[in-house]
Design a binder for this molecule. Structure first.
Ligand SMILES: [Zn+2]
Length: 341
């Protein structure tokens, strides 16, 4: 049976010059996209997920990567592959390699190509750090008020996560039997609380990465990371109208609008004084420069104040009298402002 060459760099969408960090990033984003939990029942996503895990297993391990790179640049993905003559490891430690070529019976974690390079297709079958499995990354949502996103905050977060089983230390068995606490899985679900510092300037869709706060790895391998996805909840006063700008609809009395006034306007950091010019019409937008949302990289957006002219909900007798006088006195007909037809 022929073994097909796999282009691990191509599978991760990276170049041969990719740094360890590039490879890790590429893997994480693809693993999230093709994870079976996200694509239930999708066979092609499952295959893809297996492929990128295999690619990551090789390219994230300096020894394996070096070995893979020794094959040279001339191999094409999918072409029949035979390890070069004298290739060490290809026939070493044959757990099932000689006769059981490709008959992994579900226990095969990696492809035959992988097996022909490293002597085994089984995850963890060979001793050595390279075969331990890093823990899964965990995604969670965090909801912030607009003020918290603006100023930043340290928040205690409680998440239910997988942890190594304390009874069997994650091995899944105890005294030669299946561990009764975790029923052999090696992990238990536990609530864990920790403090998260969220910097000023995050937005809905921002992702905060907490290294090492994901699921535990197997056999002492590193834990995964926790990715907190930020969501900003609606605010009673302010609307976010662009990346960094907010808007408030501000009630203004007819006489403030007509005569002009200095008024206090709510902002994210208290209040600011603003001048309403005489003759301001309803719907007019005024700008408070620098009173918008703080940006991650420093500086802030603007706050827009949209004027809403309101009349007193209940008029006193005196107010009614004064409005009556104004009505009798004024020649202003608001309908004159309609466009001519
Ligand atoms: Zn256990």
């Amino acid at each position: 049976m022929a073994v097909k060459f796999k282009d691990y760099y191509d599978l991760l969408g990276t170049s041969k010059a990719a740094t360890e960090d590039d490879i890790r990033k590429a893997y994480r984003s693809l693993a999230r996209k093709y994870h079976p939990d996200v694509n239930p029942g999708d066979k092609s996503a499952e295959e893809k997920f297996k492929d990128i895990n295999e690619a990551y297993e090789v390219l994230s391990d300096p020894d394996k990567r070096k070995r893979y790179d020794q094959l040279g640049p001339n191999w094409k993905a999918g072409s029949d592959f035979t390890p070069p003559p004298g290739w060490q490891g290809a026939n070493v430690g044959s757990d099932g390699f000689g006769d059981g070529f490709g008959t992994g019976q579900g226990s095969t974690d990696f492809s035959d190509f992988f097996g022909s390079l490293f002597g085994s297709t089984r995850r963890g079958a060979r001793a050595g750090a390279g075969f331990r499995t890093r823990g899964e990354d965990v995604d969670a949502e965090i909801t912030l008020t607009l003020e918290e996103a603006h100023r930043g905050i340290t928040r205690s977060v409680t998440l239910r996560r997988n942890e190594p089983c304390p009874t069997c230390n994650g091995s899944g068995s105890k005294d030669g039997k299946t561990c009764p606490t975790c029923r052999g899985s090696g992990t238990v679900r536990r609530d864990k609380s920790f403090d998260v510092t969220i910097p000023a300037g995050v937005r809905t869709g921002s992702v905060i990465r907490l290294a090492g706060q994901g699921d535990p790895g197997t056999d002492g391998a590193p834990t995964g990371d926790l990715f907190l996805h930020v969501r900003i909840e609606p605010h009673p006063l302010f609307e976010i109208i662009s990346e960094d700008d907010i808007q408030i609809e501000l009630p203004v009395s007819p006489w403030e609008a007509a005569l002009g006034a200095g008024i206090n306007v709510p902002t994210l950091d208290g209040t600011a004084e603003m001048k309403i010019p005489a003759g301001t019409q309803g719907g007019k937008r005024l700008r408070l420069r620098g009173k918008g949302l703080n940006k991650r990289q420093g500086g802030s957006g603007d706050e827009y104040v949209k004027v809403k002219i309101v009349i007193p909900p209940r008029l006193t007798a005196r107010e009614k009298e004064l409005f009556g006088k104004l009505a009798a006195e004024s020649h202003f007909d608001p309908r004159d402002l309609l466009p001519r037809r």
